[in-house]
Design a protein around this ligand. Structure first.
Ligand code: PLP
Length: 460
């Protein structure tokens, strides 16, 4: 493989074209263009097989490589742990697993237990299973329904799709398991489409959740699963008052609050977790992408001691969480996660995410003056979106093919950005940015300048 890489890049491209089934892509595009093979990374720069340098403003495509590429210290730590003890699963623990669980929960007041898995979807599945088992064990099976929000995404498995609010991800993969119920989104920019009010929209949007709980019957609803900020559904930063009201409603009806931090977790928004921006206390938190910044596959389903205690009936041989993930016993995950966390602390990356994020959002807002196609800029920390519209007054979404062209134009100029992709029908119109937490003002200025140029090329 190395020989191939050094001597024959075309052979690698051909092997990829012939044998790799790429994610989220219509493969016929590779009839006319070669797949891009990324061969090296350093900081927030990557180089493709043709030697072209790119500034990566989406942290590995899907907002994962929070501490940036080329971190030899993570590789070294993983290597050191692996040669000593690579893996053990089931009832036994490992040093890295215990240590990371302790460090992680220190960042999450009120949360005490970490269940390891390998992907965001899997962590969410664990949470769903916990909710179902709690319903069976403590509520005679009644409190089994899981509420999810329109436009939120929780993963790719059949249950995660059942509990996901992006119709274009779900279409053609049914039938889905029952017991998942949708609540409305909280995108204030589109409140008019929901008949929402101009004032106090946040509270109003949260009350729509209460409406669903009352309609379904509070004794049937076990949990509410929400992203702190909806990511792939359009970078939806919840309006003021929303989260407080959501928490109040969950407590009122004894509904577990499960927050999906797969994207927002580990510094993306400028705090360790997105929910910490809103002062709420979840019962279950799931996380994945930034946990080890992609250096290893690890996800976590973290709970309160109160949730954990619900599985502690010593008299019941079926009362514990009867779940196992083979690779939940990999040491590479927690080892990489420990070093990832150390880097974030030592390099003060939460602060950088908050400060640089504010600068970048200012820069995107600045583009609105000369680019009428930008309807709204939304974001928090180094996580931002620019929703493109055909008409600012009606807020009609821009043609998604043109939105994709903007992404392609940026790529030509050496900047990798993203856009909402096959998520909500008609609303794949938001440019998405999630640069590494190490990004500097200069990096972000370059991203904003490049987007401005691309918008002019595509929309005039
Ligand atoms: N939850 C959210 C909010 C996500 O954005 C994603 C993936 O993008 C997932 C869960 C699923 O994570 P994974 O792809 O690791 O299964």
């Amino acid at each position: 493989m190395d020989t191939l890489r050094q001597n024959d890049p075309q052979a690698i491209i051909e092997a990829d074209k012939r044998h790799v089934w790429h994610q989220m892509v219509q493969h016929r595009i590779f009839d006319s263009v070669d797949p891009q093979i990324i061969v090296e990374g350093k900081g927030n720069r990557v180089w493709d097989i043709a030697g072209k340098e790119h500034l990566d403003a989406v942290s590995g495509g899907v907002w994962t490589v929070n501490v940036g590429y080329g971190r030899t210290e993570i590789a070294d730590r993983v290597r050191d742990e692996l040669v000593k003890m690579c893996y053990f699963a089931g009832t036994k623990g490992t040093i890295a697993g215990a240590t990371f669980a302790e460090r992680l929960t220190e960042k999450m007041p009120g949360m005490t237990r970490v269940y390891y898995a390998n992907s965001g979807s899997e962590a969410n599945e664990k949470a769903f299973k916990m909710v179902r088992q709690i319903a069976h064990k403590h509520y005679g099976g009644r409190k089994h329904k899981i509420l999810y929000r329109d436009r939120d995404y929780h993963g790719t498995t059949i249950a995660c799709l059942a509990g996901g609010g992006q119709q274009e991800r779900n279409a053609q993969y049914g039938p889905f398991p029952p017991g998942f119920v949708e609540v409305p989104h909280c995108l204030e920019y589109r409140a008019h489409e929901q008949g929402g009010p101009k004032d106090n929209y946040g509270e109003w949007a949260a009350e729509r959740i209460e409406e669903v709980i009352l309609r379904e019957g509070p004794d049937t609803v076990g949990a509410l699963c929400l992203e702190p900020i909806t990511a792939g559904g359009g970078i939806i930063v919840p309006p003021e008052g929303y989260w407080q009201k959501v928490q109040e409603i969950c407590r009122k009806y004894d509904v577990l609050l499960h927050i999906d931090e797969v994207v927002c977790g580990i510094g993306r928004t400028g705090t360790w977790f997105g929910y910490q921006q809103y002062g709420v206390q979840p019962d279950i938190v799931t996380m994945a992408k930034g946990v080890a910044s992609g250096y290893a596959a690890i996800s976590c389903c973290v709970t309160t001691e109160k949730v954990f205690d619900l599985f502690k009936d010593a008299e019941d041989p079926m009362g514990h969480f009867r779940d196992i993930s083979t690779f939940g016993g990999c040491v590479s995950g927690p080892a990489a996660a420990l070093e990832n966390m150390r880097i974030i602390e030592d390099e003060n990356l939460l602060q950088n995410s908050a400060d640089m994020g504010a600068h970048f959002i200012d820069r995107l807002n600045g583009l609105m003056e000369s680019h009428k196609v930008i309807g709204q800029v939304r974001g928090l920390g180094l996580f931002a979106g620019a929703e493109l519209v055909a008409d600012r007054d009606t807020r009609e979404p821009a043609d998604e093919r043109k939105v994709q062209q903007v992404v392609a134009e940026c790529l030509k100029d050496g900047v990798i950005i993203g856009c909402t992709n096959r998520s909500v029908p008609g609303y794949n119109n938001t440019l998405v940015f999630a640069p590494a937490l190490i990004s500097t003002k200069d990096d972000l200025d370059r991203v904003a300048d490049t987007v401005g140029t691309a918008l002019t090329r595509v929309f005039g």
